[in-house]
Design a protein around this ligand. Structure first.
Ligand code: SF4
Ligand code: SF4
Length: 414
């Protein structure tokens, strides 16, 4: 047997303290976005068949988790659990969402507060906004900026979805202004028809919001679509640097900007002033013993696909499912999951043990190519690269000393 980095017990512990449970409510969508993760660029997902998730299976999984949440393994006195609805377009399966919300609202689970979240394209928001606002959903609306910026988001007849999205979002803002300010956010995809500057200006001016901005996912690209993908892809750092007032934009975006996220990781790992818990405060930071920056299974969340596969999150290929659920049982073999992760870690051990980024690594193992054969991490840092990284972070903090205090005061350690 190889080295044991994580054990079956670790996995049980994280499930008993799960922070987020997300359901892929349906794989159907009422849009046909050109860059969709289930679209023409990619080949690492289950084929979409306009399917809906099984309600009995989802309820079975909730019961299974409630048992763990109410067990002695639960150490969270009062934890928020985010219950997420994801798609496809989740609003196409509203009966499932309503049933889950009803069920959870009536659970006996004294140590948990449930918060509902949803990522939506807003096309059906006009019909369902009352329900979502009344149940205090955190809404993340996908929109890429103005009409041209959003022009990859088209319906099945290849027409722009922008007019209907904007009509619905404006109506929500008008009808529930307080809810809109507090609970509604936007997620934009960066590509060759927009820029960080345009996206930022659009949301700031129209809704007084700062959007999250993501790049196109470059994993699992079909070889015959590589050229088209490269033409569509835009790098966020480069796009940001092209804006005249990029420093002001970054400052306003704060933890939604890559620069601040990097500075925060750097400070949390190397300042020596950040502690994850009282044990660390009293006895010093624990030494990192697991290669890569991958989360422990279910340490961040659990994602359940429309085909009832169980994954550690929605951002990785579905070939990495860790188990499954049906209306009669939950198949999660903690030992098999631990063995699988331990085998992956062992493949990276040699590279990671020599890498100077080891303590602040954010690389997820599932985003490396060739994971099942010989994965290579291109983020590897030798002494020279690490010094350049360190110098870059220190330079930023030297130029913006006030940001040191802002990060230390405002960003909590997970
Ligand atoms: S991308 Fe990787 S590290 Fe991040 S939540 Fe998913 S599995 Fe965990
Ligand atoms: S960045 Fe370094 S520590 Fe992280 S996965 Fe790559 S080689 Fe390992």
């Amino acid at each position: 047997m190889g080295k044991e980095y994580i054990s079956a017990e670790d996995i049980k512990y994280h499930l008993s303290n799960l922070k987020q449970l997300t359901f892929e409510v349906t794989d159907a969508c009422n849009l046909n976005c050109k860059y969709c993760a289930y679209g023409e660029f990619y080949n690492d997902y289950d084929h979409r068949k306009n399917k809906k998730i099984s309600l009995p299976a989802a309820l079975k999984l909730i019961d299974y988790l409630v048992e763990l949440w109410n067990s002695a393994q639960n150490v969270s006195a009062n934890r928020n659990v985010y219950v997420g609805f994801y798609g496809g377009e989740p609003l196409l399966n509203m009966p499932f969402i309503k049933s889950i919300v009803d069920y959870i609202d009536n659970l006996h689970c004294p140590h948990r507060t449930f918060i509902y979240t949803m990522t939506t394209n807003a096309l059906l928001l006009g019909r369902y906004m009352d329900y979502l606002a009344n149940h205090d959903f955190n809404l993340l609306i996908s929109l890429d900026g103005d009409e041209y910026n959003t022009s990859y988001r088209v319906n099945k007849s290849n027409e722009s979805a922008y007019p209907l999205i904007i009509k619905n979002v404006d109506a929500l803002k008008e009808k529930y202004p307080g809810y809109f300010m507090e609970k509604v956010n936007f997620n934009a995809v960066l590509h060759n028809r927009n820029s960080i500057n345009e996206i930022y200006e659009f949301f700031k001016t129209r809704y007084n919001k700062i959007p999250s901005i993501g790049e196109l996912n470059n994993m699992g690209i079909r070889p015959d679509k590589e050229d088209l993908f490269q033409r569509t892809y835009r790098n966020s750092r480069e796009s940001l640097r092209q804006s005249e007032n990029y420093e002001a934009i970054e400052q306003d975006m704060f933890m939604k900007s890559g620069t601040y996220q990097s500075a925060t990781t750097f400070l949390h790992r190397y300042s020596g002033h950040v502690y994850h818990d009282y044990t660390e405060l009293l006895f010093g930071q624990k030494e990192k013993t697991i290669p890569t920056g991958t989360c422990i299974p279910f340490g961040k969340k659990m994602f359940v696909t429309v085909n009832s596969k169980i994954l550690p999150c929605e951002k990785i290929g579905q070939q990495y499912a860790l188990g499954s659920v049906s209306k009669t049982s939950v198949e999660l073999d903690f030992q098999a999951i631990a063995d699988k992760y331990n085998a992956y870690y062992a493949k990276l051990e040699r590279q990671c043990s020599k890498c100077r980024r080891y303590n602040s690594c954010l690389q997820c193992i599932f985003n490396l190519n060739n994971l099942n054969e010989t994965p290579v991490c291109y983020g590897f840092m030798d002494e020279k690269r690490f010094h350049a990284y360190q110098a870059g972070q220190i330079d930023f903090l030297r130029k913006h000393p006030e940001e040191y205090y802002r990060i230390m005061e405002k960003v909590t350690v997970e």
